[in-house]
Design a binder for this molecule. Structure first.
Ligand code: ATP
Length: 301
Protein backbone atom coordinates (compact mmCIF):
# COMPACT_ATOMS: atom_id res chain seq x y z
CA UNK A 1 0.00 0.00 0.00
CA UNK A 2 1.35 3.41 -0.91
CA UNK A 3 2.42 5.85 1.74
CA UNK A 4 -0.32 8.44 1.81
CA UNK A 5 -0.07 11.33 4.31
CA UNK A 6 -2.84 11.72 6.92
CA UNK A 7 -4.40 14.51 4.83
CA UNK A 8 -3.98 14.16 1.11
CA UNK A 9 -5.27 16.90 -1.19
CA UNK A 10 -5.48 15.42 -4.65
CA UNK A 11 -6.16 17.46 -7.77
CA UNK A 12 -8.51 19.86 -6.01
CA UNK A 13 -10.32 22.49 -8.10
CA UNK A 14 -13.17 24.88 -7.30
CA UNK A 15 -15.28 26.96 -9.69
CA UNK A 16 -18.10 29.21 -8.56
CA UNK A 17 -20.99 30.42 -10.68
CA UNK A 18 -21.92 29.29 -14.16
CA UNK A 19 -20.11 26.62 -16.16
CA UNK A 20 -17.20 28.08 -18.07
CA UNK A 21 -16.19 30.45 -15.27
CA UNK A 22 -12.47 30.17 -14.50
CA UNK A 23 -11.57 28.05 -11.50
CA UNK A 24 -10.50 29.95 -8.37
CA UNK A 25 -7.82 27.27 -8.01
CA UNK A 26 -7.09 24.05 -9.87
CA UNK A 27 -4.89 20.96 -9.76
CA UNK A 28 -4.01 21.50 -6.09
CA UNK A 29 -1.90 18.69 -4.66
CA UNK A 30 -0.26 18.53 -1.25
CA UNK A 31 -0.25 16.39 1.87
CA UNK A 32 -0.05 16.91 5.62
CA UNK A 33 1.54 14.19 7.72
CA UNK A 34 0.27 13.11 11.12
CA UNK A 35 1.56 15.47 13.80
CA UNK A 36 2.65 18.06 11.23
CA UNK A 37 1.80 21.77 11.45
CA UNK A 38 1.13 23.05 7.94
CA UNK A 39 0.50 26.69 7.02
CA UNK A 40 -1.02 27.89 3.76
CA UNK A 41 0.06 31.30 2.49
CA UNK A 42 -1.14 33.19 -0.56
CA UNK A 43 -2.66 36.49 -1.57
CA UNK A 44 -6.21 37.46 -0.81
CA UNK A 45 -8.71 35.74 -3.09
CA UNK A 46 -6.50 32.82 -4.21
CA UNK A 47 -8.87 30.38 -2.48
CA UNK A 48 -7.28 29.55 0.89
CA UNK A 49 -10.52 29.67 2.88
CA UNK A 50 -12.26 27.65 0.17
CA UNK A 51 -9.60 24.92 0.52
CA UNK A 52 -10.02 24.96 4.31
CA UNK A 53 -13.80 24.71 3.90
CA UNK A 54 -13.35 21.67 1.67
CA UNK A 55 -11.02 20.11 4.27
CA UNK A 56 -13.67 20.81 6.91
CA UNK A 57 -16.33 19.19 4.72
CA UNK A 58 -18.27 22.47 4.56
CA UNK A 59 -17.80 22.91 0.80
CA UNK A 60 -17.49 20.46 -2.10
CA UNK A 61 -14.79 20.80 -4.71
CA UNK A 62 -15.61 21.01 -8.43
CA UNK A 63 -12.81 18.52 -9.07
CA UNK A 64 -10.42 16.30 -7.17
CA UNK A 65 -10.77 15.10 -3.60
CA UNK A 66 -9.38 15.30 -0.09
CA UNK A 67 -8.47 11.99 1.48
CA UNK A 68 -8.13 11.79 5.27
CA UNK A 69 -6.88 8.55 6.72
CA UNK A 70 -7.47 6.89 3.34
CA UNK A 71 -11.12 7.95 3.16
CA UNK A 72 -12.50 10.67 0.95
CA UNK A 73 -14.08 13.57 2.82
CA UNK A 74 -17.73 13.99 1.98
CA UNK A 75 -19.03 16.19 4.81
CA UNK A 76 -18.22 17.63 8.22
CA UNK A 77 -16.92 15.33 10.94
CA UNK A 78 -15.87 15.61 14.57
CA UNK A 79 -12.51 14.28 13.36
CA UNK A 80 -11.90 17.74 11.94
CA UNK A 81 -12.27 20.76 14.22
CA UNK A 82 -12.28 24.30 12.86
CA UNK A 83 -11.15 27.48 14.60
CA UNK A 84 -12.38 30.58 12.80
CA UNK A 85 -11.16 34.15 13.04
CA UNK A 86 -14.40 35.10 14.83
CA UNK A 87 -14.63 32.48 17.54
CA UNK A 88 -18.26 31.42 16.85
CA UNK A 89 -19.11 30.72 20.50
CA UNK A 90 -22.66 30.15 21.68
CA UNK A 91 -23.35 33.49 23.42
CA UNK A 92 -25.93 32.17 25.91
CA UNK A 93 -23.62 29.47 27.23
CA UNK A 94 -20.77 29.80 29.71
CA UNK A 95 -17.16 28.88 28.92
CA UNK A 96 -17.79 25.46 30.48
CA UNK A 97 -21.10 25.15 28.60
CA UNK A 98 -19.53 25.92 25.22
CA UNK A 99 -16.80 23.33 25.65
CA UNK A 100 -18.99 20.73 27.37
CA UNK A 101 -21.46 21.02 24.48
CA UNK A 102 -18.72 20.01 22.03
CA UNK A 103 -17.45 17.24 24.32
CA UNK A 104 -20.89 15.69 24.71
CA UNK A 105 -21.46 15.82 20.94
CA UNK A 106 -18.25 13.84 20.56
CA UNK A 107 -18.98 11.36 23.37
CA UNK A 108 -22.79 11.34 23.74
CA UNK A 109 -22.74 8.47 26.26
CA UNK A 110 -20.59 10.30 28.81
CA UNK A 111 -22.38 11.56 31.93
CA UNK A 112 -22.28 15.20 32.98
CA UNK A 113 -19.45 14.74 35.50
CA UNK A 114 -17.19 13.03 32.95
CA UNK A 115 -17.94 15.64 30.29
CA UNK A 116 -17.13 18.48 32.70
CA UNK A 117 -13.96 16.82 33.94
CA UNK A 118 -12.75 16.41 30.35
CA UNK A 119 -13.76 20.00 29.44
CA UNK A 120 -11.97 21.35 32.53
CA UNK A 121 -8.66 19.80 31.38
CA UNK A 122 -8.82 21.83 28.16
CA UNK A 123 -9.98 25.00 29.95
CA UNK A 124 -6.84 24.69 32.08
CA UNK A 125 -4.68 23.91 29.06
CA UNK A 126 -5.52 27.29 27.48
CA UNK A 127 -5.15 29.17 30.77
CA UNK A 128 -8.82 29.87 31.45
CA UNK A 129 -9.18 28.16 34.85
CA UNK A 130 -11.42 30.35 36.98
CA UNK A 131 -13.42 31.65 34.00
CA UNK A 132 -15.59 28.53 33.60
CA UNK A 133 -18.85 30.25 34.47
CA UNK A 134 -18.33 33.41 32.39
CA UNK A 135 -20.34 34.02 29.23
CA UNK A 136 -18.66 35.15 25.96
CA UNK A 137 -19.85 38.77 26.42
CA UNK A 138 -17.84 38.92 29.66
CA UNK A 139 -14.59 37.81 27.95
CA UNK A 140 -11.90 39.71 26.03
CA UNK A 141 -11.21 38.84 22.37
CA UNK A 142 -8.16 36.81 23.38
CA UNK A 143 -10.11 34.87 26.01
CA UNK A 144 -12.88 34.11 23.51
CA UNK A 145 -10.30 32.78 21.08
CA UNK A 146 -8.85 30.64 23.89
CA UNK A 147 -12.33 29.16 24.40
CA UNK A 148 -12.49 28.44 20.66
CA UNK A 149 -9.10 26.71 20.83
CA UNK A 150 -10.08 24.70 23.95
CA UNK A 151 -13.36 23.68 22.33
CA UNK A 152 -11.63 22.52 19.15
CA UNK A 153 -8.92 20.59 21.03
CA UNK A 154 -11.36 19.08 23.53
CA UNK A 155 -12.92 16.84 20.91
CA UNK A 156 -9.43 15.50 20.16
CA UNK A 157 -9.78 15.86 16.40
CA UNK A 158 -7.56 14.06 13.93
CA UNK A 159 -6.89 17.45 12.46
CA UNK A 160 -7.26 21.02 13.54
CA UNK A 161 -8.17 23.57 10.87
CA UNK A 162 -7.49 27.23 11.60
CA UNK A 163 -8.43 30.18 9.40
CA UNK A 164 -6.35 33.18 10.49
CA UNK A 165 -7.20 32.46 14.12
CA UNK A 166 -5.14 35.30 15.60
CA UNK A 167 -5.65 38.07 13.07
CA UNK A 168 -8.37 39.90 15.01
CA UNK A 169 -6.29 40.07 18.22
CA UNK A 170 -3.95 42.78 19.46
CA UNK A 171 -0.22 42.07 19.02
CA UNK A 172 0.45 41.13 22.64
CA UNK A 173 -2.46 38.69 22.90
CA UNK A 174 -1.66 37.27 19.47
CA UNK A 175 1.90 36.55 20.54
CA UNK A 176 0.83 34.86 23.77
CA UNK A 177 -1.70 32.68 21.98
CA UNK A 178 0.79 31.75 19.25
CA UNK A 179 3.19 30.57 21.96
CA UNK A 180 0.47 28.51 23.59
CA UNK A 181 -0.70 26.94 20.34
CA UNK A 182 2.93 26.07 19.50
CA UNK A 183 3.38 24.42 22.92
CA UNK A 184 0.03 22.59 22.93
CA UNK A 185 0.40 21.27 19.37
CA UNK A 186 3.95 20.08 20.08
CA UNK A 187 2.84 18.40 23.34
CA UNK A 188 -0.21 16.72 21.82
CA UNK A 189 1.30 15.95 18.38
CA UNK A 190 -1.77 17.62 16.88
CA UNK A 191 -2.00 17.68 13.08
CA UNK A 192 -2.79 21.26 12.03
CA UNK A 193 -3.68 23.05 8.82
CA UNK A 194 -3.68 26.81 9.23
CA UNK A 195 -4.19 29.81 6.96
CA UNK A 196 -2.23 32.93 7.72
CA UNK A 197 -1.14 36.15 6.05
CA UNK A 198 1.59 36.65 8.62
CA UNK A 199 4.97 35.39 7.45
CA UNK A 200 6.51 35.43 10.95
CA UNK A 201 3.55 33.54 12.36
CA UNK A 202 4.08 30.84 9.72
CA UNK A 203 7.82 30.63 10.52
CA UNK A 204 7.10 30.37 14.25
CA UNK A 205 4.37 27.73 14.02
CA UNK A 206 4.68 25.73 10.83
CA UNK A 207 6.76 22.68 10.02
CA UNK A 208 6.02 23.37 6.38
CA UNK A 209 4.52 26.30 4.49
CA UNK A 210 2.49 25.72 1.35
CA UNK A 211 2.74 28.63 -1.10
CA UNK A 212 -0.20 29.41 -3.34
CA UNK A 213 -0.03 31.55 -6.49
CA UNK A 214 -2.58 34.25 -7.25
CA UNK A 215 -5.98 33.33 -8.63
CA UNK A 216 -7.90 32.71 -10.77
CA UNK A 217 -6.45 29.32 -11.59
CA UNK A 218 -4.28 29.44 -8.44
CA UNK A 219 -1.79 26.60 -7.92
CA UNK A 220 0.54 25.34 -5.25
CA UNK A 221 3.84 26.84 -6.37
CA UNK A 222 6.03 25.04 -3.87
CA UNK A 223 6.28 23.79 -0.32
CA UNK A 224 8.76 25.42 2.02
CA UNK A 225 10.20 23.21 4.73
CA UNK A 226 10.80 25.07 7.99
CA UNK A 227 14.44 24.36 8.67
CA UNK A 228 14.19 25.76 12.20
CA UNK A 229 13.42 22.82 14.51
CA UNK A 230 10.30 23.32 16.68
CA UNK A 231 12.29 23.47 19.91
CA UNK A 232 14.47 26.26 18.49
CA UNK A 233 11.54 28.49 17.54
CA UNK A 234 10.95 31.22 20.12
CA UNK A 235 8.92 34.27 19.21
CA UNK A 236 11.16 36.81 20.91
CA UNK A 237 14.39 35.71 19.29
CA UNK A 238 13.14 34.12 16.09
CA UNK A 239 15.18 36.68 14.12
CA UNK A 240 18.42 35.51 15.76
CA UNK A 241 18.13 31.98 14.39
CA UNK A 242 20.62 31.42 11.54
CA UNK A 243 17.87 30.10 9.26
CA UNK A 244 15.37 32.90 9.93
CA UNK A 245 16.25 35.42 7.23
CA UNK A 246 16.70 32.78 4.54
CA UNK A 247 13.18 31.47 5.19
CA UNK A 248 11.63 34.90 5.63
CA UNK A 249 13.23 36.36 2.49
CA UNK A 250 12.11 33.35 0.47
CA UNK A 251 8.49 33.73 1.60
CA UNK A 252 8.42 37.50 1.09
CA UNK A 253 10.03 37.21 -2.35
CA UNK A 254 7.33 34.72 -3.30
CA UNK A 255 4.49 36.93 -2.07
CA UNK A 256 5.85 40.15 -3.56
CA UNK A 257 7.05 38.88 -6.94
CA UNK A 258 6.75 35.21 -7.79
CA UNK A 259 3.11 34.63 -6.77
CA UNK A 260 1.84 36.80 -9.61
CA UNK A 261 4.32 35.73 -12.28
CA UNK A 262 4.25 32.00 -11.70
CA UNK A 263 3.13 31.27 -15.28
CA UNK A 264 6.48 32.65 -16.46
CA UNK A 265 8.32 30.30 -14.09
CA UNK A 266 6.28 27.38 -15.44
CA UNK A 267 7.14 28.35 -19.01
CA UNK A 268 10.84 28.56 -18.16
CA UNK A 269 11.33 25.67 -15.78
CA UNK A 270 8.29 23.38 -16.23
CA UNK A 271 6.01 22.36 -13.39
CA UNK A 272 4.42 19.17 -12.11
CA UNK A 273 1.37 20.17 -10.05
CA UNK A 274 1.23 16.69 -8.50
CA UNK A 275 4.65 17.07 -7.00
CA UNK A 276 5.24 20.65 -5.88
CA UNK A 277 8.91 21.33 -5.25
CA UNK A 278 10.07 21.06 -1.61
CA UNK A 279 12.33 23.97 -0.80
CA UNK A 280 14.65 24.39 2.16
CA UNK A 281 15.62 28.05 2.13
CA UNK A 282 19.24 28.47 3.07
CA UNK A 283 19.84 24.80 2.33
CA UNK A 284 19.50 22.94 -0.95
CA UNK A 285 16.20 21.96 -2.58
CA UNK A 286 15.12 18.41 -1.77
CA UNK A 287 13.31 15.90 -3.89
CA UNK A 288 9.54 16.22 -4.07
CA UNK A 289 7.50 13.49 -2.36
CA UNK A 290 6.62 10.36 -4.29
CA UNK A 291 3.64 10.75 -6.55
CA UNK A 292 0.32 9.66 -5.06
CA UNK A 293 -2.02 7.63 -7.18
CA UNK A 294 -5.52 9.07 -6.65
CA UNK A 295 -8.22 6.90 -5.12
CA UNK A 296 -10.79 6.36 -7.83
CA UNK A 297 -14.14 7.23 -6.37
CA UNK A 298 -16.03 7.58 -9.63
CA UNK A 299 -17.83 10.46 -7.96
CA UNK A 300 -15.84 13.38 -9.27
CA UNK A 301 -13.47 13.88 -12.17
N1 ATP B 1 -19.70 30.86 -2.09
C1 ATP B 1 -19.05 31.56 -3.01
N2 ATP B 1 -19.68 31.96 -4.13
C2 ATP B 1 -19.01 32.64 -5.10
N3 ATP B 1 -17.71 32.97 -5.03
C3 ATP B 1 -17.04 32.60 -3.94
C4 ATP B 1 -17.66 31.86 -2.87
N4 ATP B 1 -16.73 31.62 -1.92
C5 ATP B 1 -15.58 32.18 -2.37
N5 ATP B 1 -15.76 32.76 -3.57
C6 ATP B 1 -14.74 33.43 -4.37
O1 ATP B 1 -13.61 32.58 -4.43
C7 ATP B 1 -12.41 33.35 -4.36
C8 ATP B 1 -11.54 32.80 -3.25
O2 ATP B 1 -12.16 33.08 -2.00
P1 ATP B 1 -11.47 32.64 -0.62
O3 ATP B 1 -12.23 33.30 0.47
O4 ATP B 1 -11.32 31.18 -0.59
O5 ATP B 1 -10.03 33.33 -0.78
P2 ATP B 1 -8.89 33.56 0.30
O6 ATP B 1 -7.61 33.22 -0.35
O7 ATP B 1 -9.22 32.84 1.55
O8 ATP B 1 -9.00 35.12 0.55
P3 ATP B 1 -8.65 35.97 1.87
O9 ATP B 1 -7.17 35.83 2.08
O10 ATP B 1 -9.02 37.37 1.48
O11 ATP B 1 -9.47 35.44 2.99
C9 ATP B 1 -12.83 34.82 -4.18
O12 ATP B 1 -12.78 35.45 -5.41
C10 ATP B 1 -14.24 34.71 -3.69
O13 ATP B 1 -15.00 35.82 -4.10
Amino acid sequence: MENRPLISVEGLARCFGETGQPAVFEDIWFGVDKGEFCCLIGHSGCGKTTILNVLAGLDSPSGGAVIVDNREIDGPSLDRAVIFQGHALLPWMTVMGNIAFAVSSRWPKWDRAKVQEHARKFIELVGLAGAESKRPAQLSGGMKQRVGIARALSIQPKMLLMDEPFSALDALTRGMLQDEVLRICADTQQTVFMITHDVDEAILLADKIVLMTNGPGARIAEIVVNTMPKNERHRNDLHRHPQYYAIRNHLVEFLVNRSKAFDKEIAEHGFDPRRPKLVKPGLSAVNPPAEIVPLTTGRRQ
